[in-house]
Ligand binder design. Structure first.
Ligand code: 13P
Length: 251
């Protein structure tokens, strides 16, 4: 019922020239498969070039951005507005990644403003939530993540929720090579879905896609995708190598 979704988060990697070369290589090897939705999220400076290759090669790959500001225009030097992404034909936007929370002090309140701004202009947010190692070891992971979820979804209505994707990314699993066990990841995704059911009803909770992110690689994607509440993956490091990304897509 839920179409699997695999998105590559390139983070701050690749110039637009390197991105073009990556996409050409991917396009050469990629077979369109309708049973899984695929997206790439390059840095803002490469969005246009990547989109040109996707369109030119007729690749069934969606374009996502990694961040945006919540205001629509004005004196916010260095920021990128929702409208600017929309004008580039961006479909998805990652919001609230733990690296943005950690290094750029994004709070749940800021994430919430960005989520609502994305909905307002018709961008589909991939909203990231997840706990630190310290919180997990104290046994408070679920409470923490559910609180993040609730605060970040303030004022999001039933209509909006249908365009939301959630990525559960435990911080201790990001870039460390240490992924969560499929069971632990699934338990958290299940808790997230239960909270969505309380807030938005059964149908919306059953339709919402929840991705897992954190050291996803060709060797662990299948077992993650076999879990009942994991609908896909947000892939960092392994999305930067064409062959690894393809292996993940073809899990
Ligand atoms: P890694 O796959 O490199 O652990 O990164 C995960 C991530 O942060 C995706 O957003």
């Amino acid at each position: 019922m839920r179409i699997p979704f695999i998105a590559g988060n390139w983070k701050m990697n690749m110039t637009h020239i390197q991105a073009v070369s990556f996409m050409q290589d991917l396009g050469y090897k990629f077979k369109n498969k309708n049973d899984c939705e695929i997206a790439v999220c390059p840095p803002a400076t490469a969005l246009k070039s990547v989109k040109t290759i996707i369109d030119g090669d007729g690749m069934d790959i969606k374009l996502g951005a990694q961040n945006m500001y919540f205001e629509f225009s004005g004196a916010f030097t260095g920021e990128i507005s929702p409208e600017m992404l929309k004008a580039l034909d961006v479909e998805y936007v990652i919001i609230g990644h733990s690296e943005r929370r950690q290094y750029f002090y994004e709070t749940n309140e800021i994430v919430n403003k960005k989520i609502n701004a994305a909905f307002k202009i018709g961008l589909k947010p991939i909203m990231c939530i997840g706990e630190s190692l310290d919180i997990r070891e104290k046994g408070n992971a679920e409470e923490f993540v559910i609180n993040q979820l609730t605060e970040c979804l303030s004022e999001v209505d039933d209509e909006d929720i249908r365009c939301l994707t959630i990525a559960y990314e435990p911080i201790w699993a990001i870039g460390t090579g240490r992924n969560a066990t499929p069971e632990d990841a699934n338990n958290m995704c299940n808790a997230i879905r239960s909270r969505i059911k309380e807030l938005y009803g059964k149908k919306n909770s059953e339709e919402l896609r929840i991705l897992y992110g954190g050291s996803v690689k060709p060797s662990n994607i299948s077992e993650l995708m076999n879990m009942s509440d994991i609908d896909g993956a947000l892939v960092g490091g392994a999305s930067l190598k064409v062959d690894d990304f393809l292996a993940i897509i073809n899990y």
